[in-house]
Design a protein around this ligand. Structure first.
Ligand code: ADP
Length: 734
């Protein structure tokens, strides 16, 4: 009785398990899911009939129960074989076999079910065990053996197809089928073992139930996981990066192909004390790091290999350390690439410095003769009253100034390009700046019969802080363009602004003209370097296309904005807004326009008959210019046409001031300066560099060497006099 009870309990548990697995199998969307699910469902029925068997109370009852049980096993096997065929991708065989097999199994089932009527397959008899419990068992006749043979043939068919698939598939995928084969084999072996005990109750069906459940979990969990593990293994081994894993004792447990090959690692004899990894960890520890990234370079023959080595600790989900790993990335290509880039950058820098040198030379070469032209011309203007001659000289003056402007533009642009423009902030009066502009441009406008009108906000603070030189350059560029590109009418300049923050004022200067105007399509290109728009119309107007590019860069440098509104034939308005700090918030009041004298007649600003100065230049023309420009000051001037002569003169005389040209045949201005200074001659006498080299940084360099100042060529009479006056001893100036 006791045994029957245990048997029923196990059967019930098997039913529950099988039913739950059957439910779960519905999640399998592949066609073999249906076969497996149906196997499990029929398995539930089979186990139920097994319970009926155990609970049989009469031979007739047992006879019917056996019939149902044997039939159910028929169908369990049918669907199980169907599953095996489908799962092992023998769909064609399945399609061919499923109907004939169903007919054979059906006939067998029918024969078994008719046994109670004909008694042709098996007989039922009872045995009583020692405790008096009655069990029903079967005695077999030929049709039953046919039934048994059909069942075993079914199992054999399943085995055949699985083994076939195992043989035919890649080793990588064999695991999929080997698992199913193992499960089936296990179940058959368990069943045989069970039969050897010759217990009074048949439990075969339970093993089939176990098989179904195991298969389900295998295909749903174990197979994907084992495929994933082996795939990841392959991927990691194939990776173009190295991976080395260490256990908690720092012994190597895995090194992928990259790491094994590049670092000659034998995982069985490798741990974290081996180089180069130990060195990497040491240098990380020195930085106080337990993990991190280091670069590593190794010579492989003539070549150098560069690696990025990443060391990380490996923790479990509870953050307990379980090991560590190294990730190694070959960085050689990037390093070479960076080397190439930095070589290219060096070459570019060299080219850029070659450009600067070229510009310095060019500026010098052009400015030097220009110096003579403008200087000599000024002498003509100062000395002649002949109107025809004056007119020629005026024309030379204008062309000379234009040429000078052009050179300055090119230099300015190269300075901006090389980011060598320094912003020097200082306090200035906006009204003064506007007045300077007017003085400068009124004559130019007059010459073209153009008016210049100004409106100026009275509320503008009387002192703002900005780089006055750059601001003046911005305004000069815009106003000169307005004058240049206007044929009739005139120019209106408006200066206004508003306080944007506590001590910041947005100064707005807008310049409107009644000139040619700019086509809408051209406006986007207006600020591009070397771009001149409306070329046809402007062909007769001189320009480089650099002015607005420079202006735009300067405005940006000062943190401001520039805008253009223009209409072809009507005129243009350029508006510049530049934020500036307020130095003195007192309002400027009404703008007083300075009326310039129409005839700019020269008058010397001082005389110094007791002063004695030396001028050194290899160009005799330039020496003449300086002498002529200073003639009215009555200064005694010695001239030298080279460094050696200058040194001689300095040995014999004590001067009040020395002008030294930079570029002269050996020795040049700087060498001459050093010779004079090191010879202890004329100590304390200011030496002014006289040069056409006006590229960025030149002035600072001269001051650093020891020059008192710097005067750029072409020399203007006014600048020269100002410099002389600044450096001559005060008592000698009248
Ligand atoms: P450029 O040396 O040619 O004057 P800019 O950069 O100063 O170079 O100006 C670029 C172009 O923009 C000029 O060639 C001209 O066609 C156009 N332009 C600039 N200002 C004006 C203006 N006020 N009116 C009409 N066209 C202008």
């Amino acid at each position: 009785m006791y045994m029957k009870f245990i048997f029923v309990v196990i059967d019930v548990l098997a039913i529950v398990t099988l039913y739950l697995t059957y439910k779960a199998s519905k999640r399998i969307t592949k066609s073999y899911g249906w076969w497996l699910g149906t196997t499990l469902f029929v398995g539930v029925i089979a186990i139920f009939t097994n319970i009926l068997l155990a609970l049989s109370v009469s031979p007739q009852f047992a006879d019917v129960a056996f019939c149902l049980y044997f039939s159910a096993i028929d169908w369990v096997l049918y669907f199980l074989v169907g599953f095996c065929l489908d799962y092992t991708e023998h769909r064609r065989a399945l399609d061919i076999l499923k109907y004939p097999a169903a007919v054979i199994i059906g006939l067998d089932t029918l024969s078994i079910l008719l046994n109670p009527v004909f008694g042709h397959a098996f007989t039922v008899y009872s045995i009583t065990d020692s405790s008096g419990v009655v069990f029903y068992q079967t005695g077999f006749l030929l049709p039953y053996y046919i039934h048994l043979a059909i069942d075993y043939i079914s199992v054999a068919v399943a085995f055949f197809f699985i083994i076939f698939r195992i043989v035919r598939s890649y080793s990588f995928y064999r695991v999929k089928y080997v698992i199913i084969l193992s499960v089936l084999l296990l179940v058959v072996l368990l069943n045989v073992a069970y039969m050897m005990f010759s217990l009074p109750l048949d439990a075969s069906v339970i093993f089939y139930a176990i098989a179904g459940t195991l298969i389900y979990f295998s295909i749903q969990t174990f197979v994907p996981q084992s495929l994933m593990t082996s795939s990841i293994g392959r991927v990691v081994d194939d990776m173009n990066e190295g991976l080395i894993l260490f256990d908690i004792q720092d012994n190597c447990i895995y090194a992928n192909a990259f790491a094994r090959k590049r670092f000659d690692i034998d995982p069985d004899n490798f741990d974290l004390t081996c180089e180069p990894l130990a060195g990497i960890i040491r240098s990380l520890n020195k930085k106080g790091l337990s993990s991190g990234k280091e670069t590593y370079c190794r010579a492989d023959g003539d070549e150098k290999s560069h690696y990025i080595m990443r060391y990380n600790l490996l923790n479990d989900t509870k953050n307990r350390r379980i090991g560590s790993y190294f990730l190694i990335e070959d960085n050689t290509e990037q390093v070479h690439y960076l080397d190439e880039i930095s070589a290219a950058r060096d070459a570019a820098n060299e080219a850029s410095s070659a450009k600067s040198t070229f510009l310095a030379h060019m500026s010098h070469e052009i400015r030097t003769p220009l110096n003579s032209v403008i200087g000599m011309n000024e002498m003509i203007l100062r000395t002649t009253d002949d109107p025809a001659l004056r007119e020629y000289a005026e024309n030379i003056k204008i062309s000379g100034e234009t040429l000078l402007g052009l050179i300055s533009d090119i230099l300015d642009f190269s300075k901006i390009e090389a980011r060598k423009v320094d912003v020097v902030l200082s306090g200035y009066a906006p009204h003064d700046l506007l007045r300077d502009m007017l003085i400068h441009f009124e004559q130019m406008a007059d010459a073209k019969d153009l008016y210049i009108r100004t409106t100026c906000d009275e509320e503008i603070p009387s002192m703002l802080s900005c780089d006055r030189r750059l601001l003046a350059q911005i305004m000069t560029n815009i106003i000169s363009n307005a004058v240049k590109y206007t044929k009739e009418g005139g120019i209106s300049i408006n200066m206004s602004g508003k306080t944007s923050a506590d001590d910041t004022y947005d100064l707005t200067v807008s310049v409107s003209d009644t000139g040619l105007g700019i086509a809408k399509d051209d406006i986007p290109y207006l600020f591009d370097a070397f771009k001149r728009v409306n070329e046809k119309e402007n062909a007769s107007i001189q320009g480089t296309g650099l002015g607005l590019a420079i202006t735009h860069e300067l405005v940006t440098l000062l943190g401001g904005t520039i805008d253009v509104v223009s209409e072809v034939g009507k005129g243009s308005t350029f508006t510049v807004v530049i934020p500036q700090k307020i130095v003195d918030a007192k309002s400027s009041g009404p703008f007083v326009k300075h009326v310039p004298t129409t005839k700019d007649e020269y008058r010397e600003s001082f005389r110094a008959p007791d002063a004695h100065i030396l001028v050194v230049d290899d160009s005799s023309m330039n020496l003449k210019v300086v002498k002529a420009l200073l003639r009215k000051t009555q200064i005694a001037i010695d001239t030298a046409d080279g460094g050696m002569q200058a040194v001689e003169l300095c040995r014999e005389n004590k001067y009040d001031l020395i002008f030294l040209d930079h570029r002269m045949p050996d020795p040049d201005g700087i060498a001459t300066f050093h010779m004079i200074r090191s010879g202890g001659m004329n100590t304390g006498v200011p030496v002014i560099m006289l040069t056409a080299n006006v590229v960025s940084g030149a002035e600072e360099e001269y001051i650093r060497i020891g020059f008192a100042g710097y005067l750029s060529k072409p020399i203007r009479g006014r600048d020269l006099e100002d410099t002389v006056r600044q450096y001559l001893p005060a008592e000698k100036i009248i």
